[in-house]
Ligand binder design. Structure first.
Ligand SMILES: Nc1ncnc2c1ncn2[C@@H]1O[C@H](COP(=O)(O)OP(=O)(O)OP(=O)(O)O)[C@@H](O)[C@H]1O
Length: 792
């Protein structure tokens, strides 16, 4: 086997040169070693194919030494940059800050990948050997020590099988706990090298990963990505890719690894535009928040559907009928009408008084003003300033004519007149009457509070539907309102009349900043390349720092607060739940229409849930979507899946039966209570029973909305602080959730309360119940006081 051969090949295939992925250390060439640090010596040999655990430990220790060395070097550089202080020109200060930011980012990344840095080794037919890890590492002399799992050459680690070996003789899994190698797992793919008596495993690493106790937070699966998952993770970025898969098939895991992969493979384009990850709710977002950092990626924007409209934290939409109504695409039309409706002419001439002079404003004058403003093509609020200008000018001319007649040709200076017109109360009332400045929030409040207004602009809604939408002004905005606010914001534009001008000025300054920053990056390039971190610093970052006067605002941070930001790629989880209006907004945020949507049509439970992927995407991309399917359930044991599938089928849900990886050591238990009052105490006792059945682990109680309050109180009385409350508290070992909240999550054991109630609250759609039944990795206990739904 030839070490240098491996290295050269790795370097040359580490991404297309015009789009070279560098941030993750795939080209980390060494800084000079700190004198006291024994760097991995060039002499650290690649262990031979028959290497045992001791030799692998040595090699892994060398990789960690290299990691530590890179860390130390970044620390040193950061300290040096910081020591220069805030001196020099603005440009100098921005550059210094950008360098500091770059070192900080790199340090954060190097720390994040510390746990189980390396997990695989490939031995190839040609004698080459490749180590696969979370990032790429090279030695000081630029020899490849370890490949980033996302590099094209690392792909075979996930794809090779005994039938299609891709030139792989053996795949070795290195099983690490933190930094220490605990075991090895070999899969010999080339039968000719199998000695008699050689044990050939395959699933050990996967099974070990699956058996691990749940922590309440999702972990990465980078060491055990399966081949069907890998194909999706590395699929082409363009267009809409839908990943359909039953519960536990790894859709969320695949979506997140795909985001990491795309950021690696298209670093330059995606770093500045950003990647958005959308999930169903904040509990889910905190459940998945650690996955990308553990893969060395921190620059993505994560948003739940409730946060889709920046600046408004919306609450649940309590009525599913209202949610469905607000989710219809008809709102594009309705809101367009609602905005246009705020612009109106006066029915007859109207007198206004300016500084004691009375003049008449005619509908013709107003029409001219409106037409001129509309012709600018600007958004409603922005076009209003043109309307105001035209009207003020015409009124001022009329006033002037009156004054001239009065003063019989006395040509006094009347330049102040326009200001007088603007200040006139009558004129201000008139202008607002014809063209009222509006915020999206006010527009929506009016629509829901004023039945006549809604009837005028939404003739397609029935009286009953309009009644459903009735709401008092000042009520909280809901998740279903977020896309409507977004649509209104798009049509209304900035309220502040000077915002347009400021924006133009800001753009001009940014162009200049960018130009300067590009020169600075060019100058610094050789030094950065030497340290193997050239991808970390870009002109955009320096320009950002300039604009924010030292306040650090990365592209992703800016994207998260800017409604008009457009992303390079959007990943949507639980995509079957999105309403057409939610898709409409997301499509606007990614004009390239580069999407990964993962979900399960069968799990759809929201009122707007898609019946098919084709139908969901037809209004936006026609039939231009690719649908891939995942078919193996890695979470739920076979016996629980069978029961869940039986219940789904008996209630009319079409599902494809899944293969399962876990056998299941515990049979599902069904407990009957005498009446509804006994449910809460029985569920509380069931938690203790499940804990003793499993020994340890997180037990979730999933219950109908009507029971959840009482249940939480009872659990808190019994288990105190062990009960998690809301987002981010899933690391406690008891948690009570509604079926909606449980979406996308998993637990060691599940206590399912009143399945008939769950079915009922979903209006008879069995999706929610199916979701709830498939959350467990080990055990399921059902508590019921009513007759069980069909299929149990
Ligand atoms: N290749 C893999 N290696 C190890 N674990 C895996 C693998 N694929 C999936 N898993 C694990 O299986 C579980 C289910 O994965 P995930 O939550 O991504 O599934 P899902 O399809 O999104 O499920 P659901 O639709 O039910 O929410 C997770 O614990 C995940 O880590």
């Amino acid at each position: 086997m030839s070490e240098s051969k491996t290295t050269a090949a790795a370097a040359s295939q580490n991404g297309p040169s015009q789009d070279r992925p560098v941030q993750n250390g795939s080209s980390n060439d060494g800084p000079s070693p700190a004198p006291h640090n024994s760097a991995p010596s060039e002499a650290t040999p690649l262990p031979a194919i028959d290497a045992g655990i001791d030799q692998e430990r040595e090699y892994v220790a060398a990789l960690y030494r290299r990691l530590d060395q890179l860390r130390e070097e970044n620390h040193r550089q950061l300290a040096k940059v910081r020591a220069t202080g805030a001196v020099g020109t603005m440009q100098n200060i921005s550059e210094r800050d950008a360098f500091a930011t770059m070192y900080e980012d790199r340090l954060a990344q190097l720390s994040a990948v510390d746990d189980r840095l390396v997990f695989g080794r490939l031995d190839l037919d040609n004698g080459d050997c490749r180590y696969i890890g979370r990032i790429g590492l090279t030695s000081e002399a630029r020899q490849r020590l370890m490949l980033d799992w996302r590099a094209p050459e690392a792909g075979v680690f996930y794809q090779a099988t005994a039938f299609d070996r891709h030139g792989v003789r053996r795949r070795r899994h290195l099983l690490l706990k933190r930094r220490s190698v605990q075991g090895l797992e070999d899969e010999v793919l080339d039968a000719t090298v199998l000695d008699e008596g050689t044990e050939n495993h395959g699933d050990g690493a996967l099974l070990a990963a699956l058996k691990a106790r749940r922590t309440g937070q999702m972990g990465d699966i980078v060491a055990t990505i399966q081949s069907e998952q890998d194909g999706i993770i590395r699929a082409d970025r363009s267009g809409v890719l839908v990943v359909q898969g039953g519960p536990g098939t790894g859709k969320t895991a695949v979506a997140l690894h795909r985001a990491a992969y795309l950021l690696y493979a298209h670093r330059e384009r995606l770093k500045s535009a950003g990647v958005l990850i959308v999930g169903p709710n904040s509990t889910f977002m905190s459940y998945i928040e650690r996955v990308l950092p553990s893969l060395g990626e921190t620059g993505v924007v994560m948003s739940s559907l409730a946060d889709l409209y920046p600046g408004v934290r919306s609450v649940e939409e309590p009525d599913p009928q209202v949610a469905e109504l607000k989710g219809r695409l008809d709102w594009v039309q309705i809101i367009g009408e609602a905005v246009a409706h705020r612009r109106r002419n006066i029915p007859q001439p109207r007198e206004v008084v300016v500084e004691g002079v009375k003049v008449t404003v005619t509908p013709k004058m107003v029409k001219r003003g409106i037409d001129r403003a509309k012709a600018t093509g600007k958004a409603y609020n922005e076009a209003r300033s043109t309307f105001v200008k035209v009207m003020v000018k015409e009124i001022a001319e009329k006033v002037e004519r009156v004054l001239q007649q009065r003063s019989a040709g006395n040509d006094a200076d009347r330049s102040y007149l326009a200001e007088d017109v603007r200040q006139s109360r009558d004129v201000r009332v008139l202008l607002n009457l014809c063209w009222m400045p509006r915020t999206p929030q006010a527009l929506l409040e009016d629509l829901f509070a004023k039945p006549d207004y809604l009837a005028d602009v939404a003739p397609g809604l029935t009286a009953a539907e309009r009644q459903l939408l009735r709401r008092e002004p000042g009520s909280a905005f809901t998740v279903a309102d977020a896309p409507l606010l977004d649509e209104a914001a798009e049509l209304l534009g900035e309220l502040d009349e000077s915002a347009g001008r400021d924006e133009a000025r800001r753009k001009h300054t940014r162009e200049k900043d960018l130009e300067n920053a590009r020169k600075a990056v060019e100058n610094a390039a050789p030094q950065l390349e030497e340290m193997g971190i050239e991808g970390f610093l870009d002109a955009e970052a320096i320009a950002d720092l300039n604009a924010d006067r030292g306040v650090r605002m990365t592209a992703s941070e800016r994207a998260g607060v800017d409604r008009t930001w457009t992303y390079g790629h959007i990943v949507v989880d639980e995509a079957q739940e999105l309403s057409p209006m939610q898709w409409h907004v997301l499509m606007r945020r990614c004009p390239l229409k580069s999407f990964t949507a993962v979900g399960d049509i069968a799990q759809g439970s929201s009122a707007s849930a898609a019946r098919s992927w084709e139908a969901a995407f037809a209004p936006f991309v026609g039939d231009r979507l690719r649908v891939e399917e995942l078919t193996v359930n890695y979470r739920t044991p076979r016996n629980i899946v069978q029961l869940a599938e039986q219940v789904a089928a008996a209630n009319g849900l079409e599902i494809t039966s899944l293969r399962t990886v876990r056998e299941g050591d515990h049979e599902p238990i069904i407990e009957h209570c005498d009446d509804a009052a006994a449910l809460v105490p029985a569920a509380t006792e069931a938690v203790a029973a499940e804990h003793s059945r499993l020994g340890e682990g997180i037990i979730a109680v999933i219950a109908p909305v009507t029971e959840i309050g009482a249940l939480r109180r009872s659990l808190q009385e019994t288990f105190g602080k062990r009960v998690g409350t809301g987002a981010g508290s899933m690391t406690q070992d008891v948690v009570a959730l509604t079926a909606d909240e449980a979406k996308g999550l998993e637990f060691d054991g599940v206590v399912l309360v009143e399945p008939a109630g769950l079915l009922q609250e979903a209006g008879g759609r069995v999706g929610s119940l199916y979701v709830a039944m498939t959350r467990s990795t080990q055990s399921l206990r059902v508590i019921t006081s009513r007759s069980l739904p069909a299929g149990f």
